[in-house]
Design a protein around this ligand. Structure first.
Ligand code: ATP
Ligand code: MG
Length: 348
């Protein structure tokens, strides 16, 4: 569960502080829209921090995964370029980190076949995140891809033998499945050695930021505040966010999830303790809380937004970064696939 993963994340942070070069990171996003504050404080901030520590970072744009909960990937190329822009604007450096789309890396996708053989239909069907996504999906029936994408995600993570995955809380069941697949592959084919690591999730202080409707902030649920939104739009969205009727502001994530998620958002932008900040806002009510959040978010994002606008002038540069990232990822995937085929005795 989440609290075990938080304890584990704290232990991982200690190891990171001692030896950041020991880890290899993979994490990513679906190109379904622009990145938002949930991404930023849930995972993006950690990606940049790890890159700066000197850890090798792979950033995946999961374009095949768009098709899990819709029939057609609308505006795909545009979304992909927007993700790259968001990454660069927050500080991902393509000279040190590899940005790629998984559809451009055939050797990665080939891992899906042996991996699917290692999990049961019952295990796939139990996944709580997939169940939640099916409930929010626009489709009337569940596609085979929706059912199996967590195994595809295991290929995304294991193709580069990543052992650390900075993600939000919704990804914990998928990480568990990835660990299971790695372990079973090693047991069945490793011949006493371990071909794949069993990767850990790295949770941030905001593993589940809520959107303006009080459910998980998500690109495709119309409840998100995009990093690239304007200051006025940000203010309007935050003013409309769901809260509760109590005048006194407090930080109580279990009892008052909507109010507490707003307090946490402001606290993260201001680098403050959320409990202290809630005490200070005190009797100012939801309106006072929202004013604090709006100011904090807009100030925090101002330099990121300015950088993004500048980078958006050169689309050719964005496409070049992707081409280079895809090439690097393909080379890594081919090496791993060779190893997998040798282990499985299918290299003739
Ligand atoms: P979609 O609605 O299209 O699924 P999304 O907003 O859920 O979009 P993803 O691309 O599915 O975004 O997720 C990318 C990463 O961001 C994952 O690691 C996920 O855990 C993290 N993440 C997404 N939303 C949040 C959130 N509200 N709080 C914390 N982390 C989040
Ligand atoms: Mg999602």
């Amino acid at each position: 569960g989440t609290s075990a993963a938080q304890t584990r994340s704290a232990a991982l942070e200690e190891q990171l502080a001692r030896d950041p070069g020991r880890f290899r990171v993979l994490t990513g996003d679906r190109p379904t829209g622009r990145l938002h504050l949930g991404h930023y404080f849930g995972t993006l901030h950690n990606r940049v921090r790890l890159q700066e520590l000197g850890t090798e970072v792979f950033v995946l744009i999961a374009d095949y995964q768009v098709l899990t909960d819709r029939d057609v990937a609308d505006h795909l190329a545009e979304h992909v370029e927007n993700l790259v822009l968001d990454y660069l604007a927050i500080g991902i450096d393509p000279a040190r980190s590899t940005i790629f789309t998984h559809s451009a890396v055939p050797a990665l996708n080939q891992l899906l076949l042996p991996f699917l053989s290692l999990v049961s239909v019952a295990e796939l069907g139990r996944n709580p995140t997939v169940k939640d996504e099916i409930a929010h999906s626009r489709q009337s029936s569940v596609s085979g891809l929706m059912f199996t994408y967590p195994a595809h995600q295991a290929a995304d993570i294991l193709f580069c033998k990543a052992d650390l995955v900075p993600v939000g809380q919704d990804q914990l069941p998928h990480l568990e499945l990835t660990r299971t697949i790695a372990r079973r592959f090693n047991d069945r084919y490793g011949n006493g050695t371990s071909v794949f690591p069993e990767p850990d999730a790295l949770l941030s202080a905001a593993p589940l930021l809520l959107g303006t409707d009080g459910t998980k902030m998500s690109k495709s649920r119309g409840n998100a505040i995009a990093l690239s939104a304007g200051a006025d739009e940000t203010a309007r969205l935050i003013r409309g966010a769901k809260t509760d009727a109590e005048r006194q502001i407090s930080y109580d994530p279990v009892g008052r999830p909507e109010v507490s998620s707003l307090v946490l958002l402001a606290a993260l932008c201001l680098d403050r303790d959320p409990r202290q900040l809630a005490d200070e806002i005190g009797g100012a009510g939801a309106a006072g809380l929202k004013s604090t959040v709006i100011e904090a978010v807009n100030e925090y994002l101002a330099p990121i937004r300015a950088r993004r606008e500048q980078l958006a002038q050169d689309r050719g540069h964005i496409r070049r970064i992707l081409r280079e990232g895809n090439e690097r990822a393909q080379a890594v995937a081919e090496t791993t696939l060779d190893e997998v085929r040798s282990a499985m005795n299918s290299r003739y």
